[in-house]
Each structure stands twice: as structure tokens, then as C-alpha cells.
Ligand binder design. Structure first.
Ligand SMILES: Cc1cc2nc3c(=O)[nH]c(=O)nc-3n(C[C@H](O)[C@H](O)[C@H](O)COP(=O)(O)OP(=O)(O)OC[C@H]3O[C@@H](n4cnc5c(N)ncnc54)[C@H](O)[C@@H]3O)c2cc1C
Length: 375
């Protein structure tokens, strides 16, 4: 890399990849620097793969706006580029009459966010749509679906590469230093260090985005950029029970929204999966054992009465990069051009937890507009 790069994107998860595809359209010299040996090996491959509708998030939040917009953009991309997906729909189920008010609240919240196709279901309607689910009422979200995230990221990166972008693996960014109008990026590539210069830096480093912001000189505690890790475990359900539901099934969300509650998703082969749970941890740790199996089973059994204890097995772990500490209220995505911190040309994306996949094409549009104003 002898010449000065126009745009350097740190991280080849779904967010960095979506941004690369978008900014490369302006035929700039774009680099994507990824520490792992391939794309999407962290949070982007450890999640529910759901195309969310956008009903949970506070009105006018970035999460709500980018999710509702991203939902439409994502279905369009999936159809155009033959990315595996299925518009399954989802039901949020009230298991007793106390939870029915919460369904109405969610309906209103969703409508305020622009999710127009939501519909309340009576017990009878729920039974006719999903005869194997227990519940007294439900909220139907027809535009929720599932997709193959690996194929999505690959498509974004292929688009970027066709437009001239370079994706560099096994290369960890270890320094970001402002040098007059440019940034000097230090990279550790399999033990060898090298430096290059770039006009714009996009920090889409997922769980490590706060560290990258710190490298650039930002006081991350003062800025509110510190990330807290929140582990989500998944359990898979035996194949024998796989065709018993057609839609994704969610509980009424818990009052303190750490996640959306242990829910029931499907993969594209029709297999049922439970999770994710939500537990704050100090270190990134993808280990899973069956110590939470009883709790998983008890929660899932409320929605899926056909489930037996032996039907479920621990499967995998994903970790949410949360901006809120345990017990704090929800926080929004941070997508910020850091001009007022004396760092023009640096764009930070911090706390891109769910619905980050759904929101990815809309986030890429926002970042691309910022880049156009810089260059
Ligand atoms: C349990 C769970 C369930 C979820 N379910 C859904 C869902 O159903 N639907 C939905 O829309 N969203 C969901 N999400 C959210 C979604 O998975 C994330 O928002 C999204 O994957 C974040 O993508 P990313 O590119 O920001 O991060 P990542 O995928 O983590 O990518 C960041 C990349 O940056 C690289 N990197 C980090 N530091 C450096 C460095 N210094 N140098 C070079 N490279 C670096 C990493 O190696 C990594 O590849 C879920 C998240 C979790 C945890």
C-alpha cells in the first residue's frame, strides 16, 4: 500500500462489508482490514439471522429507523442477488391474559416506527396459524423473516471488490493516529507491522470498536463508547420436532430489554433453535455447556408445549456489544463523524448490536453520505 487510501474500513463483519459495497460505488481507493482469516467470523456469524421488522425500538431512534428501512432493502437485496432467505413472519405470544396489554403496547410502538403490517391475533386465530403453540393471544409481524448472513456478507464484499476495493485478511489494526489531514494506520499482519495513510477511517470493529476509538485518541469512557459484553446462548431442537412451527415465535419482551427474551427461530432448513439468553460477561468467551439447559427448557416450554427436555442441546454463543451496563435502559447505535472531537475523517460505529444485520444496508447509506461530505 504505497499510495494514500481514500477510505479504510476496519472490520469485515456485515457492517464493514455493507459499507464497503456502498462507498466503493464512488470509485475511491477503499481498503477493508480484517484481523481474522475470513469475513464475518465474529458477531455476524453468531446470531439469530432474523430480518427484523423494527417494532421493539424507541420511536425516532437510529435502531428503529435503520431497521425499518433495512428490512425493505434487505428483502430486495436477497431477491436480486439470490441470497438464501425466507419471509416466515413472526408471532409474539402472550401466554396469559396479563401479557395481552404488552402486545397492544408493542403494536402501537411498531406502528409509530412505521411497521404498518402488524396485526393482533385472538387465541382462535393463533391456533389456526400455529396449532402447536400455546398462547392466549399474539401479535403477528408478517414482514419478519430469516436469511443466510454469510451469503449476504459475501455478496457485499464481492460487490466492493468488483468496484476495486481491496479486502485484506489476517491483519489487525493496532494503531490509528491523526497526522495533519490524514490518518496513519498501523497494521499487524501475521506478526509483521506496517503503516499506511488514509483520508477516511471507518471503525466497524464490532466488539472491539471501543478499543479502536481509543486508539484514535478518544476518551471512550467520557464519550460513552465503552462496550459491555452480553453473552447469548443458543440451544438447538432435535430434527424430529422441526416441522411443528411455521413462523418465528417470541415471548412478550421482558420489561428491562437486555434482549428480546429467549425466542424460537428457524433456520433455512426448517430446524428450530432457541435463544439467545442474555448474561453480561467480562471477557469474550464463546464456550457453551448445558448448565443453563433447565432454564432454557422451562422458558421454551411455555411457548412450545410439544418440547421434551431431551429435545434440546447447547449449540452456540453470540456476544452483544452493548453500550448499556447491566440494569441500564436501552441505548441507541452510535454512528458518528468525529469532527467535533478534532478528528475529521473518522467515523465510529459503536454498539451495533441487534438489529445490526437487518439495519446494515441502511447504516451503509448513512455512512456513505458522511463519506461524501468528507471527500
Ligand atoms: C446473540 C445475537 C443475536 C443477534 N440476532 C440478530 C438478528 O437476528 N437479526 C439482526 O438483524 N441482528 C442480530 N444481531 C446483531 C448482529 O449480529 C450484529 O449487529 C452484527 O453482526 C454486527 O456486525 P459488525 O460488522 O458490526 O460486527 P462483527 O460481525 O463483530 O464484525 C466486526 C469485525 O471487525 C473485526 N475487527 C475487530 N477489531 C479489529 C481490528 N483491530 N483490526 C481488524 N479487524 C478488526 C472483527 O474480527 C470482526 O470480523 C444479533 C447479535 C447477537 C450477539
Amino acid at each position: 500500500m504505497n499510495e494514500v487510501a481514500d477510505v479504510t474500513i476496519i472490520g469485515a463483519g456485515v457492517i464493514g462489508a455493507a459499507i464497503a459495497a456502498k462507498v466503493a460505488q464512488e470509485s475511491r481507493q477503499v481498503y477493508v482490514i480484517e484481523k481474522n482469516e475470513s469475513f464475518g467470523m465474529e458477531t455476524s456469524s453468531r446470531n439469530s439471522q432474523v430480518i427484523h421488522a423494527g417494532l421493539y425500538y424507541p420511536e425516532n431512534s437510529l435502531k428503529a429507523k435503520t431497521c425499518v428501512e433495512g428490512n425493505k432493502l434487505l428483502y430486495d437485496l436477497c431477491r436480486r442477488f439470490a441470497i438464501g432467505h425466507r419471509n416466515t413472519g413472526k408471532i409474539i405470544v402472550a401466554v396469559d391474559s396479563f401479557e395481552c396489554d404488552a402486545l397492544e403496547d408493542l403494536l402501537n410502538k411498531g406502528r409509530k416506527n412505521g411497521v404498518e403490517d402488524l396485526r393482533l391475533l385472538s387465541r382462535r386465530e393463533l391456533q389456526s396459524l400455529e396449532p402447536n403453540i400455546a398462547g392466549v393471544a399474539a401479535l403477528l409481524s408478517p414482514s419478519t423473516g430469516i436469511l443466510n448472513v454469510h451469503e449476504l456478507i459475501k455478496m457485499f464484499l464481492n460487490q466492493a471488490k468488483e468496484l476495486g476495493a481491496q479486502v485484506v485478511y489476517k491483519s489487525e489494526v493496532t494503531g490509528v493516529e491523526k497526522d495533519n489531514a490524514l490518518y496513519q494506520i498501523e497494521v499487524d499482519s501475521s506478526g509483521e507491522k506496517f503503516l499506511f495513510e488514509t483520508r477516511v477511517v471507518i471503525n466497524s470493529a464490532g466488539l472491539h470498536a471501543d478499543e479502536v476509538a481509543r486508539m484514535a485518541g478518544i476518551d471512550i469512557a467520557g464519550a460513552g463508547y465503552t462496550l459491555y459484553y452480553c453473552k447469548g446462548e443458543y440451544y438447538s431442537v432435535s430434527w424430529g420436532k422441526s416441522r411443528l412451527i411455521d413462523r418465528l415465535v417470541y415471548p412478550v419482551p421482558p420489561a428491562k430489554l437486555t434482549g428480546v427474551g429467549v425466542h424460537v427461530t428457524l433456520d433455512l432448513d426448517g430446524r428450530i433453535r432457541l435463544g439467545p439468553s442474555a448474561q453480561y460477561i467480562d471477557e469474550i468467551d464463546y464456550h457453551i455447556d448445558d448448565s443453563n439447559k433447565r432454564q432454557f427448557y422451562a422458558e421454551a416450554k411455555k411457548l412450545l408445549p410439544f418440547l421434551d427436555y431431551d429435545d434440546i442441546e447447547p449449540e452456540m454463543v453470540g456476544i452483544r456489544p452493548k453500550l448499556q451496563k447491566p440494569g441500564e435502559g436501552q441505548k441507541d447505535f452510535i454512528i458518528r463523524h468525529e469532527t467535533d472531537r478534532g478528528l475529521p475523517g473518522l467515523i465510529n460505529l459503536i454498539g451495533i448490536e441487534s438489529p445490526g444485520i437487518t439495519a446494515s444496508p441502511a447504516i451503509a447509506d448513512i455512512v456513505s453520505d458522511m463519506v461524501k461530505q468528507i471527500l
